[in-house]
Design a protein around this ligand. Sequence first.
Ligand code: TRP
Length: 432
Amino acid sequence: MSITRFLTGITTTGTPHLGNFVGSIRPSVAASLRPGVQSFYFLADYHALIKCEDPVRIQRSTLEIAASWLAAGLDPEKVTFYRQSDIPEIPELTWLLTCVTGKGLLNRAHAYKASVDKNHEAGRESDDGVTAGLFMYPVLMAADILMFKAHKVPVGRDQVQHIEMARDMGASFNHLYGEHFVLPEAVIDDHVATLPGLDGRKMSKSYDNTIPLFSSRALLQKLIGGIVTDSRAPGEPKEVEGSALFQIYQAFATPEETAALRQQYADGIAWGEAKQVLLERVDQVIAPMRAQYEALINDPARIEQTLLAGAERARQIATPFIRELRSAVGLRSLVQASSAKAAKATKTALPSFKQYREKDGKFYFKFVDANGRLLLQSTGFDAPKEAGQAIAQLQRSPDALQALGARLAPVEGVTPTDVSAALQVLADAAAA
Ligand code: TRP
């Protein structure tokens, strides 16, 4: 079985709210725990610069979003969790892609077109107030995705065009320079609820109708108290259809609990009481995470360390890959021979298995990354064939890591994710 690689970015502007939790954080954390997937989640802080020019807010939001994801159960040992700006290979790839991207393709991007339309409506020049950053947004996003050979990119509907553009850019590059990129697909989960906000419209920062995910219980109570309802009196039957209160409840409750509230609506529950029911249910979900969040937010050094460790792991993929790409476009040593030999040179920069025999007469293998760092060390096998079979198993699928368990001696500072990422690099190279 081959591994499916998921990747998604979270722009670091603003504070996560209940809508982000239900629509993105919760399903992503759950997805990252499924077998057979490898997940890359990152804080898109270069993207944030396009929308936000307040350095304090960028930093604070990065901290809050990282703390929120970790508090919600994201396991940085399982998921490669990093900050975009810690990966210098991403802006480097952005430039390589910029040079194979038609300007016309970018002209058609929805977000850019919306800005132009707005200017036209207001009688201003087309590009008034539009930065080159906004225009280039899709290229940076394509670099995020193509760098890690993501197969699937979970996003909201508004981002689907960006994934299609990433495919276009990857395909152009592949066409010009050979098959280097995996072409990604958008994944839109239609089962995931969009949460209504305080005023009944979709919960969104731009409508100023949000409930922050980690509000104190007191604030949560106050905000829930402000959710719009109709004017039906206690005792009058209420409609669940179109009730923001009911929909938020549904996103946090079990189907049985939801059915019970539906019945209470029909029986004429008072709005005040319904709000109390909602408060208790939401708080039941949030309270344990809130404690975790508080601990994390008060220890930025710990989060910083987690992100740097994630970046290091991400760069184990990005560094050799950008080297390969630079070489492919001709940014390479003057003494390096062209094409055929160059291909060989990049091959030597892959993770590799090494088999050997020790003085104890047994047969061993180790697995090292592109820079020669030890990732796996086997215990001794009686026959070289057995060692070879174990290697073949690992080459077929990183799942073999578990099956082989006892045959592998632990290597300090190396996580299973490091190993499976390197195995995937090898598999991708073999498939190319
Ligand atoms: N543009 C995305 C958003 O606003 C964030 C993002 C940046 C992203 N890079 C990405 C999402 C790469 C998926 C993959 O939601």
